[in-house]
Design a protein. Sequence first.
Length: 99
Amino acid sequence: MISDPPSFAPSRRALPAGLRAYRRLHRLAAAVTAPGGILCAASCSSHVDRKSFIGTVEAGARDAGRRFALRELRGAAPDHPVTLQFPEGDYLKLAIGGL
């Protein structure tokens, strides 16, 4: 199952609602992923950090009665560096895991 929505948190103010939306989407995606299947969950929200994003995937899977086992966490290619001065540059995230 591939889940690649538009940005759910386009601003810092939208972050709480965006995290809820990601969790709901991941619940729905986990519910229709076959047992033993792979869930690929993507985010392009610059205001959602990696830890929070993974949290929404895990929580959404739990809400669906499933367990998400992270296999890989990817981001942008090396030609798109993230600097300490601009952590929002780490906006592309892809969590790949089994259910």
